[in-house]
Design a binder for this molecule. Structure first.
Ligand SMILES: [Zn+2]
Length: 387
């Protein structure tokens, strides 16, 4: 890979012909049309948060360096931004009056409103730009290894860079587009940010059963994303049909796995809704995130709910009572040891050798209260299971 350092290109040069696509949240072109700011392999613009974009402008005004910028020289007169896209889009948007900064009096000022000398200081700032020339694979390999201005690429952003092409472009149009009207519905089940590729990552994770890189490599040159889209929509449709109420704990669950495991089972949405409400109202359920899988699996695996356990005071008091009665009768203080032919028939266990058990199972309505607590030896408690 050949590199050449350019030190005479100014912000004004870059901003000549700057185009920002509000819809897609992308800085597109600059440098009189010679520069593509957001090539396919680049991440979405994530600096538009009123902090990082403002920090870029403040750095420039104070004369601080904003760091190296890398261009990929595509042809004699065409460049793509390899690294620096967030910074370029920030000053490009500022110079075209897309956001304001606060002046020394705390007043919001757009570019057109700041003093002439400040405008000129920004426009005349010279940038340190490396022009790189190399094969696609060289450039991509190198791109993989750089970190961009303190925000490292996450896994999906890296994969998008490595497998860039038609397929990734179509995927991003669908799943990484904050203007997509479906995002709100999807957000009920998927956590993360559209711009950081979290929705795309989920869609690819589901369809590929966890083998995202492999899937992207095989489909890299596809000119449609039907399979990803259809599968993703099937999962979302299934969840929203089975669970008619949207609860905040649904966000970020492994819906792809749950869909694969339970899609063939029939469910009555009304019945499901009733069960969800009951479990949400149950003070003994500690893990609400487990409610959905618990219900899908037939309300059996209570471990998913992390049902509240008996506290130490309750255990001690029940232990004392049980042990006193057992000693009077000359039998084991574990009720299950005391019956039948058992070598431990008369054994008095220590408190630490026993565990608390629900007499009436929690799943059958038994409360986690003293009256429903029974101490069993550890072996019997385990055998009875967490039912
Ligand atoms: Zn026992």
């Amino acid at each position: 890979m050949n590199t050449k350092l350019q030190t005479e290109i100014t912000i004004e040069d870059i901003c000549d012909g700057f185009v920002y696509n509000e819809l897609e949240g992308k800085g597109l072109f600059g440098l009189s049309g010679k520069l593509t700011i957001q090539p396919e392999y680049q991440r979405n613009y994530i600096y538009a948060d009123g902090k990082r974009d403002v920090a870029v402008i403040e750095s420039i005004l104070k004369g601080y360096p904003i760091g190296l910028i890398y261009f990929n020289k595509v042809s004699a007169n065409n460049f793509e931004v390899l690294d620096g896209q967030q910074r370029i889009t920030s000053f490009g948007r500022f110079v075209t009056n897309k956001f304001a900064i606060k002046d020394e009096n705390g007043m919001e000022q757009y570019f057109s409103g700041i003093a002439k000398d400040k405008q000129e200081k920004i426009l005349n700032t010279k940038l340190l730009i490396y022009e790189c020339e190399g094969s696609e694979s060289e450039i991509k390999e190198w791109f993989k290894t750089i970190n961009i201005a303190g925000v490292p690429l996450n896994n999906q952003e890296l994969l998008n860079a490595v497998y860039s092409g038609q397929f990734v472009t179509l995927c991003k149009e669908e799943f990484s587009n904050s203007q997509n009207a479906n995002i709100q519905k999807w957000s009920a089940y998927i956590s993360g940010s559209v711009n950081r590729q979290d929705f795309l990552e989920r869609a690819l994770d589901w369809v590929s059963k966890g083998n995202i890189g492999d899937y992207m490599s095989r489909h890299r040159n596809d000119n449609n994303i039907n399979e990803v889209k259809n599968y993703f929509n099937s999962v979302i449709d299934w969840v929203s049909t089975v669970f008619t109420d949207v609860e905040s704990e649904m966000r970020g669950l492994e819906w792809g796995r749950l869909y694969e495991t339970y899609k063939k089972q029939p469910y009555d949405p009304k019945d499901i809704s009733k069960k969800v409400k009951e479990l949400y109202a149950d003070p003994y359920v500690k893990n609400r995130k487990g409610v959905f899988e618990y219900i899908l699996g037939g309300s059996i695996d209570t471990k998913l709910l992390q049902v509240r356990v008996f506290d130490e005071a309750t255990k001690k008091s029940v232990y004392a009572k049980q042990t006193k009665v057992a000693e009077e009768k000359g039998i084991s203080n574990c009720p299950l040891c005391s019956i039948g032919n058992n070598t431990n028939k008369t054994k008095i266990w220590k408190l630490k050798e026993m565990d608390a058990d629900h007499v009436t199972a929690w799943s059958k309505g038994g409360a986690t209260e003293k009256e429903n607590c029974e101490m069993l030896c550890k072996t019997h408690n385990r055998a009875k299971g967490n039912k």
